[in-house]
Design a protein around this ligand. Structure first.
Ligand code: ZN
Length: 214
């Protein structure tokens, strides 16, 4: 194996280390996964889900995209949410953004980047929604960081507005949706305290009468 040999060397050392601590680790995981958490985070290489929250393979189901956006027509993200909620029966969905997010920052600027401009439009929409309070922040870094927080809060709402989450609640399934943010400078997570656990906590416009429509 000549191509990217160091990565395969890393992999063998990693697997050997885990097997030394638990010889059955991979055997058990291969048979079944039962994570309690779905992580929806940014694709940024500095924000790896498992490492940040100290969980092993099998303990967190992960979806990542640029700027941790949940779009109600994104079948990739929606499929992850559906699989996690209905098949894996996760108890928590964590939307985790991070300060200094390049995707969020790009959305505050006018430079044309290509295809991704269409994706980042969703963040421009959030900026416009909160434009007065954001424009009042004089420092650009602080302004982008506040938009990073607002983006997480809006994506938590988007998760809760899906038929998937609302159907789970209507079945009596315990499911909490959390909004967190990660600081690249110290490696620490902060809970934005926007946890939603039931349909009464979302605006009536987005609330669906699941029993009537299914
Ligand atoms: Zn990011």
């Amino acid at each position: 194996m000549r191509v990217l040999k160091h990565l395969f060397d890393n992999n063998r050392a990693w697997a050997t280390n885990i097997k030394q601590h638990d010889p059955d680790f991979f055997g058990k995981l291969a048979a079944q996964q039962s994570p309690e958490y779905l992580w929806i985070g940014c694709a940024d290489s500095r924000v790896p889900a498992n490492e940040i929250i100290g969980l092993l393979p099998g303990e967190v189901f992960v979806h990542r995209n640029v700027a941790n956006i949940v779009v109600h027509t994104d079948f990739n993200c929606l499929s992850c949410i559906q699989y996690a909620v209905e098949m894996l029966q996760v108890k928590h969905i964590i939307v985790c953004g991070h300060y200094g997010c390049g995707g969020v920052k790009a959305a505050t600027q006018a430079n044309q980047l290509g295809l991704i401009d269409n994706w980042l439009r969703h963040i421009k929409d959030i900026y416009q929604k909160y434009q007065d309070s954001l424009d009042a922040i004089p420092d650009e870094t602080d302004r982008v960081d506040r938009l990073c927080e607002l983006n997480v809060i809006e994506q938590v709402n988007n998760v809760c507005h899906t038929t998937i989450v609302q159907s789970a609640w209507s079945r009596g399934q315990a499911l909490a949706v959390h909004g967190w943010i990660y600081d690249l400078h110290d490696g620490l997570l902060q809970d934005l305290d926007v946890c939603i656990t039931r349909p009464e906590e979302i605006p009536s416009l987005y609330r669906m009468d699941i029993h009537r429509t299914r």
